[in-house]
Structures are given as structure tokens and as C-alpha cells.
Design a protein around this ligand. Sequence first.
Ligand SMILES: [Mn+2]
Length: 268
Amino acid sequence: MATYAIGDVQGCARTLLTLLRTLHFDAGKDRLWLAGDLVNRGPDSLTVLRYLYNIKNSVQVVLGNHDLHLLAVASGGASLRDDDTIGDVLNAPDSQELLYWLRQQPLFFKKDHHALVHAGLLPSWDFVMAQALSSEIETLLKSDAHPELLKNMRGGKPPHWSEKLEGWERYRVIINAFTRMRVCDETGGMDFTYKGNCENMPENYSPWFNLPTQRPKNITLICGHWSALGLHIDRNLVSIDSGCIWGGPLTAYCLETQKITQVSNQDQ
Ligand SMILES: [Mn+2]
């Protein structure tokens, strides 16, 4: 039995299936952790969702910004953008079933010595806090209030977390940290304009994972989202978005062995 974490698939179904074949992944024995952004920009989001839904008992997903965008469009809270490639999902005969399943997924997940998130965790959030904040959003997403939440999640403000935040501002900061964050400025505020690599980063910015934090060192946090960073492994961080959608490889990280497996993009 093995557990494989895979980064941003973004509709690259052929690449995902090739990677799983390379791993000899067996849905009857193994587990698959997906770090979010299952859909969009790539050619076949529908096949990705159908495949994962069919083996859902072996799959742990956390939602990414593109997954939330799909749910927002489906519930009338956002419009399709020119570069969106999620029409196949929206128009599929099994659309309702797939989107309902996607809407039940959390933003953060932790089991034993590993945790999973799409973008990151704010430095003041330990894993207990992250779990509680993810549950707040999960409860809303599962409820009849989900269209309102998905409509009001947009925008980068406020940039700072405070426990005193309430309502949409609170939910927006939680969703932005879990699904959109890459860098914070010197005040700890999230900035969403910088998407480049660490080398060219303006001096007043830091990667979110380099900010001082109380998170325990014996738990490895697995994330995706930051494709310009590439595969980035630190002592207790594995950032596995290796930019498959931009022509890079798709990466799997085995939780039990720490082994990295990559396949080149098969979808372009
Ligand atoms: Mn993303």
C-alpha cells in the first residue's frame, strides 16, 4: 500500500493516467492525494473528474482556485473567462453528480505526519487552526449558502488574517490563503500579483513558507499552485506543482518512501 500526492493536474487527463500507470497505482490498495486544481486550462477536465470520482474512496482531494472557479461558474457566481476550458464539465450529462462531489471536498487535510493544501497556510495558523478554518468553509460549501460564498470569495482584500474578521472578509482571507497565496509582504499581508520564481522576487516579498511559523517540524506539508517555483522540497514542505499545464512534468510524491516520480506532459 502506497500513498501518492500529485500536484496540479488542470485537466491534463492523459498525463495523469500515464503517471498512475508509471506508479503501478492500484485504486484497490493505494491512496491518491490531489493538491487541488484538478481542472481548467488543460484539454480534458471532464475525464480527470470522472476518473477521480470513480475511485473516490481511494482519493483525498483539497480544492484549488480553479476548482472553486468551476463551482462558482456552475452556481451562477462567476462568468466563464476566455481561457477557461471547463465547458465540458459544465455541459456533461453527469455534471451535477461530479460537481456535487467536488463541492464536498475540503481546503485542507491532515493525516498523521502529512498535511495537504493547494496554496499554503498563513504563518500564524498551526495545523489545528488550519483544520478549523477549512471546516468553516467546508460547512458553507456543503450548504445552500454555497452560491453566495462562491460569488463573494473574489478579490484580494483584506490581505491580513485576523481572528476578529467576520463574514465574507473572513471567508475571503481563508480561501485566499488556502488556494491563491504565493508571497507575503513585510507586514505579512498576502500579495496576489507576483507569480514568478524565488530568484526574481522583489525584496519586500517572502514565499509564504519562509515566514516564521509555529507549525511542528515533524509534519510534512504538501502543496501545489506555485508552478513557477517548480518542484520544491524543503525539510517539512513538498511543493509539487511542476507546471504540467505549462509543458512541464506532472509530479507524484510517495508519502511512505519520499520518492519522486515524474512523467512529461502528454496533453500538448
Ligand atoms: Mn492554483
